[in-house]
Design a protein around this ligand. Structure first.
Ligand code: AHR
Length: 540
């Protein structure tokens, strides 16, 4: 089943009026920015007032056996840029430098038809597999052990996906045993036979992928999946009681079963899991935003609503069970994705490493990704893991070719989050003029999130200006203590929202120095240009 059928399904659901009306991304938006009054935006920061500690796994990513993510992306034995293990060293260095904390693997839709045993053991004995999700060939030369070695090299934690489509609970528990048990059992001994003495002790596991979607191999009803997830979780915990397990929530607010799926699944497995997953891809299309960038840039508020609604369902199920446990959320797929999403972009035609989902990102995508990162930070109290989908070549911030790599526009806001967001997420109060977006209401022109690091006192603010035509003066009011000095001040902006970076012109959209804000007493003032996202970091 090709994944384009996911879109077809969603389109049909929408035409049939099945799609949940709470989804803000559906239907035609009727709105436009009108000239805001010249009022100053006021931001109030009190370093004692925080939402939550920031789990760095909020800035994770995702690598699926899909297109050129693995083969030609991170693993390319034939490349002049690869080491003796076949790992692309330029990619390893880039990911290391970025400091990606956690990477989900091996899927995605792929995982629902994957037999992990095909990807371990002597390479010459591994079968070439037809991946039915993407109609592609997988040589299986890269599997679990190669992924673990790569994670170690780049310094990231694995977030392992399990096949709960064609796979059984027993096979899931066997993989846990293969990865986490020291020795003396069937599967731990097999790992040792494969040359790996030390267990990996993988902590976090996803119990399947998008099992609510009719496009998913092994798709089932919510109650069936909930029972299977509970069974898998029980068997896996017999092997290793320390695991953190994520059940599959809804694939997005577009599905006809949105929230109902989550509730029914959790009725079956609440007591056995730690977290629930969410997925979301944003589009600037005729059908979703009418192609209006002012609405597109407001879509992070729709992600905010999706999180709130999912939290409500989790807590409702937990409340009815009188459970003392609160689930956290794993937003384990999010990004912009709508151009490379049909036809040959999602059908591998039985090739190895086909060019699939090679979305080319522009400036407005990067601005929205900045807004989405702000939303994730504001929800750090419940969202403990989130994965930018994906990392290399497939809907990705980084692309490779034979000679090197390219940083797409969305790379920059993602790298800023990794570099500058540390410690605790500030409960920032923002007073901003607004514009109206139908079905969303009043949307602030200025969106702000921030962190304070108790260890070194550094404060970082991440500011999005959604206004396409005007700059806004932003006055930051330091309520407890004004920071001493500005350490960094960087801006992403441009005149052309559709500008992209390519291998031939890699610097069309890159960060620029942002004129240092002026400070006076307990106020700092900055001028946010139209169509911009900025990060400013202050030292204590
Ligand atoms: O990330 C691309 C695909 O999007 C994943 O395989 C699937 O989980 C989602 O629909």
């Amino acid at each position: 089943m090709f994944s384009s059928s996911r879109r077809k399904f969603l389109r049909q659901a929408s035409v049939a009026g099945l799609v949940c009306s709470t989804d803000l991304a559906l239907g035609r938006f009727l709105s436009a920015q009108v000239a805001p009054s010249a009022s100053t935006v006021r931001v109030y920061v009190d370093s004692r007032r925080a939402i939550a500690s920031l789990d760095r796994n909020l800035f994770g990513s995702f690598l699926e056996h899909l297109g050129r993510a693995i083969y030609e992306g991170i693993y390319d034995p034939g490349s002049k840029l690869s080491d003796s293990n076949g790992f692309r060293t330029d990619v390893v260095n880039e990911i290391k430098k970025l400091g990606v904390p956690i990477v989900r693997y091996p899927g995605g839709n792929f995982v629902s038809g994957y037999n992990w045993l095909d990807g371990v053991g002597p390479k010459q004995d591994r079968p070439v597999q037809l991946d039915k999700a993407w109609n592609s060939l997988n040589s299986n030369q890269f599997g679990t052990n190669e992924f673990m070695a790569w994670c170690k090299m780049v310094g990231t934690e694995p977030l392992m996906g399990l096949n709960l489509g064609t796979g059984t609970a027993e096979e899931a528990a066997a993989l846990v045993e293969y990865c986490n048990v020291d020795q003396g059992t069937k599967w731990s001994n097999l790992r040792r036979k494969h040359g790996i003495a030390e267990p990996y002790r993988v902590q976090k596991w996803c119990l399947g992928n998008e099992m609510d979607g009719p496009w998913q191999i092994g798709h089932m009803l919510a109650t069936e999946y909930g029972l299977k997830a509970a069974d898998a979780a029980r068997q896996m915990r017999y092997v290793d009681p320390s695991l953190k397990l994520v059940a599959c929530g809804s694939s997005g607010p577009f599905t006809p079963t949105y929230l109902e799926w989550d509730r029914e699944v959790l009725e079956q497995c609440y007591d056995y899991v730690d977290a629930l997953s969410l997925h979301r891809y944003f589009e600037n299309t005729e059908a979703t935003t009418g192609g209006d960038s002012t609405k597109f840039l407001a879509m992070n508020l729709s992600m905010e609503q999706q999180i709130a609604e999912t939290v409500a369902v989790c807590d409702m199920v937990g409340g009815r069970r009188h459970s003392s446990k609160k689930l956290w959320l794993s937003f384990d797929e999010w990004n912009v994705w709508y151009r490379a999403r049909n036809g040959s972009d999602v059908n591998g035609n039985r090739q190895s490493a086909p060019h699939l989902l090679e979305e080319v990102y522009n400036l407005e995508d990067a601005l929205l990704v900045g807004g989405l990162i702000n939303t994730l930070m504001r929800n750090a109290g419940r969202v403990k893991v989130a994965c930018l989908a994906q990392l290399i070549n497939v809907i990705a911030p980084i692309m490779t070719n034979a000679n090197g790599l390219l940083r797409q526009t969305i790379y920059y806001p993602y790298s800023w989050a990794l570099q500058f967001a540390h410690g605790r997420v500030l409960d920032v109060l923002v007073e901003s003029p607004t514009y109206e977006v139908s079905k969303m209401g009043e949307v602030p022109y200025i969106d702000v999130a921030g962190t304070v690091n108790p260890e070194d006192g550094k404060v970082s603010l991440f500011v999005l200006n959604r206004d396409l035509t005007k700059s806004h003066q932003v006055e930051v009011n330091w309520e407890d203590r004004a920071p001493a000095r500005i350490l960094s001040s960087i801006l992403l902006t441009g005149t052309d929202l559709k500008a992209t970076n390519t291998f031939d012109a890699p610097q069309r959209v890159i960060p620029q120095a942002f004129e240092k804000p002026s400070a006076s007493g307990s106020k700092t003032t900055l001028e946010m240009p139209p169509r911009s996202y900025a990060v400013i970091q202050w030292g204590a």
